[in-house]
Ligand binder design. Structure first.
Ligand SMILES: Nc1ncnc2c1ncn2[C@@H]1O[C@H](COP(=O)(O)OP(=O)(O)OP(=O)(O)O)[C@@H](O)[C@H]1O
Ligand SMILES: [Mg+2]
Length: 182
């Protein structure tokens, strides 16, 4: 069984890809945005970037990681439609999957800035309830995104866990506080 880690900036087409694959494979698609928008449905289009919502988002993701790992261990293909900007996040999820005997692959959807701008603006116009993103934010985020390298895309060895952590699971429990430590 495989867990697909869908990696890409906003508007790269992650959810579109994940919706196609959930039918084609078939697979269990886990999209934290759906949960955040459903639970906090009264939020303004800008509220998602508050500290409080970022914490909620991390907690939603932690529980979805657990659901996905459990489903994969039971023999179901899984898609994490999370974004996963940081290489450490991807390493942690690959390590946890391997520890359960499950394969995990990084699926990277690149996007250049002009196309991203067009898509994000178009989506906000036509899909009510989407998070609003400014052009300045989109530009800044390109500098904060760890583009996956060939080694990661090939499914090479998971890098060593950062200093101060015994395992990648321990690191993941700090990154996603709702994730159980076993
Ligand atoms: N391959 C594509 N070509 C053209 N438009 C696309 C493509 N994939 C997605 N889109 C359109 O771009 C917009 C953003 O796509 P989508 O919502 O799948 O991105 P996303 O990566 O999930 O973004 P976010 O991180 O904000 O959730 C949508 O309006 C979608 O219809
Ligand atoms: Mg999406």
């Amino acid at each position: 069984m495989t867990i697909s880690l869908v990696v890409g900036m906003p508007g790269a087409g992650k959810t579109t890809w994940a919706r196609e694959q959930e039918v084609a494979l078939p697979a269990l698609r886990l999209t934290p945005d759906d949960w955040q928008m459903a639970v906090f449905d009264a939020d303004s289009p800008d509220r998602w970037r508050s500290r409080e919502r970022a914490d909620h988002r991390d907690r939603i993701e932690g529980k979805l990681i657990e659901v996905g790992m459990r489903a994969a261990a039971l023999g179901i293909d899984v898609i994490y439609d999370f974004g996963l900007w940081s290489r450490d996040e991807r390493s942690a999820l690959r390590w946890i999957a391997h520890s359960l005997g499950v394969d995990a692959q990084v699926v990277y959807l690149p996007i250049d800035y002009p196309e991203q701008r067009r898509r994000v603006a178009g989506r906000f116009r036509f899909e009510p309830g989407q998070f609003r993103m400014s052009e300045t934010e989109l530009q800044r985020w390109h500098g904060e995104f760890d583009v996956p390298d060939q080694e990661e895309l090939r499914g090479g060895p998971v890098p060593p866990v950062p200093t101060g952590f015994a395992t990648w699971r321990q690191w993941a429990c700090e990154r996603w506080p709702s994730l159980s430590d076993r």
